[in-house]
Design a protein around this ligand. Structure first.
Ligand SMILES: Cc1ncc(COP(=O)(O)O)c(C=O)c1O
Length: 438
């Protein structure tokens, strides 16, 4: 039980800690005291159904005792050892990830968060190729450190410019709700033209989220990722799949690239790895990448690389995915989610598009179903979207309402009943959107 009330917690947090991505005067956090499964609670006991797994990261659900116990056990035995040491949790987690990662990826470099993993991924790609440039897409988020916010294509980059030199952004197949998705051939022709115009011999890597998350669960057309793989091979470019959000069962496979059987050269992972119980991320590599460092120094390191507590937490988390069949469950619940999405679209004129892959989903709202004018502009909000957000909050549904989208990304153990409950709350709130369409 919290000793402080919600109000006291919020006041102190705002007074003494800086919140990210917002002007402090507009910060309105929810005070959270405890959580379990797909739910969390305020100090006063208000229950929320978590339809965004916090930051699309608590994949196994909140407060799983098996992970908590693994962390406590490890803390009693060896909470930390320098990264120059070899430890059992590091050994076992490395071996387990080698088994789970696609294709021949079988070595990892451990870091603490998604951004650090991507930082190290591009450092590795530059070292291996000896080339400077990194290609990234506009509809992407890769982190908030100096390099990764530069890689990030979406507007969160704007306030951080100028960033790191030699990053080139390009369009992906999706162009927002008002324009059709490009087909595979068109997208790949455009990518190849960009590579030729930039000079293939200057490009170290192409970093991409296989299914961009924060920018709207943008599922690529079939053949696109395979085509990216082929172009990277043709031009000697390292393909980096940023699976920080899409990894660990979120899409109904261990990794999103598995849906298309594409093997990237580097795969970065974070959030779901230890399900956010403690910070840990990893850069996965195939031999053609890491063999470069057999006789050459890897000029990178972190005090908390291969942190024993984090490795133990990740190992316990991976066991939970397997013991509880969460990857298969996410796939099954994804079918249930798709049905709810379709029903919302049939019932509400304001629902312009729905997408999901497994439990990675979004409902996009429009003001005009003919022109597909979004309910809020790109990078903006609107009174209707704010009112819908408030209605969800009032009824105890937590999720991210961003621009014209409502995210539907619950923890993987979510039940059919919980999905029905969440979508019923969204259904009721969408009447606000429907009135704007009229
Ligand atoms: C695809 C992707 N990459 C990287 C990151 C950055 O991860 P972190 O916030 O742990 O640095 C995020 C965070 O949301 C993400 O969604």
């Amino acid at each position: 039980m919290s000793e402080l009330t919600s109000e006291e917690i919020i006041d102190l947090c705002i007074r003494h800690t800086l919140f990210d991505w917002q002007a402090q005067s507009s910060v309105r956090p929810i005070a959270v005291a405890s959580a379990r499964g797909a739910e969390f609670f305020t100090p006063e006991g208000k229950r929320y159904l978590d339809f965004n797994s916090q930051l699309v990261s608590v994949n196994i659900g909140h407060a799983d005792a098996r992970v908590a116990e693994a962390i406590a056990e490890q803390a009693k035995i060896l909470p930390y050892a320098s990264p120059a040491m070899a430890t059992e949790p590091r050994a076992l987690l490395g071996r387990k990830l080698a088994e789970l990662m696609p294709g021949d990826l079988d070595k990892v470099f451990f870091c603490l968060g998604g951004a650090e993993a991507n930082e190290n991924a591009i450092r590795i790609a530059r070292a291996v190729t000896g080339r400077p440039k990194i290609l990234a897409r506009y509809r992407s988020y890769h982190g908030a450190t100096f390099a990764t916010i530069t890689l990030t294509g979406e507007p969160r980059r704007w306030g951080n410019e100028p960033g790191m030199p030699s990053v080139v952004h390009l369009l992906d197949p999706h162009h927002g709700i008002g324009r059709p998705v490009d087909d595979t051939e068109t997208s790949l022709r455009y990518l190849e033209e960009t590579i030729e115009l930039e000079g293939p011999e200057t490009i170290a890597a192409f970093i991409l989220e296989p299914v961009p998350g924060a920018n709207g669960i943008l599922i690529p057309p079939d053949g696109y990722l395979r085509g990216v793989r082929d172009l990277c091979d043709r031009y000697g470019i390292v393909m980096i799949a940023d699976e920080v959000m899409s990894g660990f069962g979120r899409t109904g496979e261990w990794f999103a690239v598995d849906h298309w059987e594409v093997v990237p050269d580097i795969l970065t992972m974070a959030k779901g790895l230890a399900s956010s119980y403690v910070p840990i991320s990893a850069v996965g590599m195939r031999p053609s990448v890491y063999e470069h460092f057999d006789e050459r120094v890897y000029w990178g390191g972190l005090t908390w690389n291969s942190h024993t507590l984090a490795c133990a937490a990740a190992l316990a988390t991976l066991r939970v995915y397997e013991e509880d069949g969460l990857i298969e469950h996410a796939r099954e619940m994804g079918t249930v989610m798709a049905r709810h999405h379709r029903e919302l679209q049939e019932r509400h004129p304001c629902v312009g598009a729905v997408r999901n892959l497994g439990l990675f989903g979004i409902v996009e709202l429009v003001r005009d179903p003919t022109t597909m004018e979004p309910m809020a502009p790109f990078n903006g909000s609107s009174p209707e979207m704010r009112a819908i957000g408030a209605a969800l909050d009032e009824r105890g549904l937590f999720t991210l309402v961003r621009w014209n989208g409502i995210m539907t990304n619950p923890p993987l153990p979510v039940t059919e009943r919980q999905l029905a409950e969440g979508f019923e709350i969204i259904d009721a709130a969408l009447e606000i959107g429907d009135r704007a369409v009229a």
